[in-house]
Ligand binder design. Sequence first.
Ligand SMILES: NC(=O)c1ccc[n+]([C@@H]2O[C@H](COP(=O)([O-])OP(=O)(O)OC[C@H]3O[C@@H](n4cnc5c(N)ncnc54)[C@H](OP(=O)(O)O)[C@@H]3O)[C@@H](O)[C@H]2O)c1
Length: 283
Amino acid sequence: MSMKNKICIVTGSNSGIGKETALALADMDATVVMVVRNKQKGELAQREIEAATGNDKIDLMLCDVSSMKNVREFTANYREKYDKLHVLVNNAGAVFSKRQESEEGYEMSIATNYLGMFMLTHKLIPLLKASAPSRIINLSSGMSKTGNIDFEDLQTTRNYSSMKVYANTKLMVTTYTYALAEKLKGTGVTANVAEPGFVATNLGANTGSLRDKIAFMIVRPMQVSAKKGAETSVWVATAPELEEVSGKTFAKKKEVKSADVSYDQEVQRCLCEETMTLLGLDS
Ligand SMILES: NC(=O)c1ccc[n+]([C@@H]2O[C@H](COP(=O)([O-])OP(=O)(O)OC[C@H]3O[C@@H](n4cnc5c(N)ncnc54)[C@H](OP(=O)(O)O)[C@@H]3O)[C@@H](O)[C@H]2O)c1
């Protein structure tokens, strides 16, 4: 399949699933904008992808998605540089072993896994609409089914547990994506969730916690490769048969059911409203 003349953003594309997603899109001749927070790591991955695909339309842009200031700057820079966006893969994500806060005072798991993608998408929607047909792919996890959205304590100031909070933020991603799909109906912009499965990447292995590191080493033999893990993201981003499909979750290139609560329109509405307030956005 050719993605020639299509411009794709992949966040967190210097490693793991994001890097394989960027590589696969580059291999289809897309213009790929790799969004990373670390210039050195990004340049290394960019060179590898260029060498592997022969595609010279691989751009590298810096953004720490846990910083809303950074996300605003990145989206402004992107709009100056490009006048189109056909595929937005919100892939960047992380697990935090201990509760930490960003400079702006957001708990780091929610900032990295959910608020950053919300802000980034919000700022790029006008461009996605102007480039339609276009697609948004948000990375969630099967773990979202064990998550919970506590509207009284969205930033987990009490009872912090790394994997529990990770699952909560992924449930927010799924729930938000369904609300977004509804909002974008009729615009030619689709929004879907990709669940990559259980994938051997740096996720969880680089939290700095020995316990997490050992836990991830034990489960490693059960994990699939990052290339395999990227297949669903790439398929949702490119498959012609999905051009008009929106508001769904896909795993192993098939539609799957997500947590019951994610389909609840009242929860979706509350989550979007609370998020807009948290981010200081008004429309
Ligand atoms: N691996 C799995 O089994 C699994 C399962 C379900 C869902 N997922 C999801 O898949 C996505 C990709 O994760 P992965 O497994 O490929 O892990 P990974 O190898 O650790 O990749 C995560 C990527 O996100 C980037 N990132 C983290 N925090 C960031 C920030 N604040 N700003 C910008 N970039 C940031 C990382 O950059 P650095 O290299 O600079 O840290 C890295 O490029 C995540 O959303 C994850 O939650 C993974």
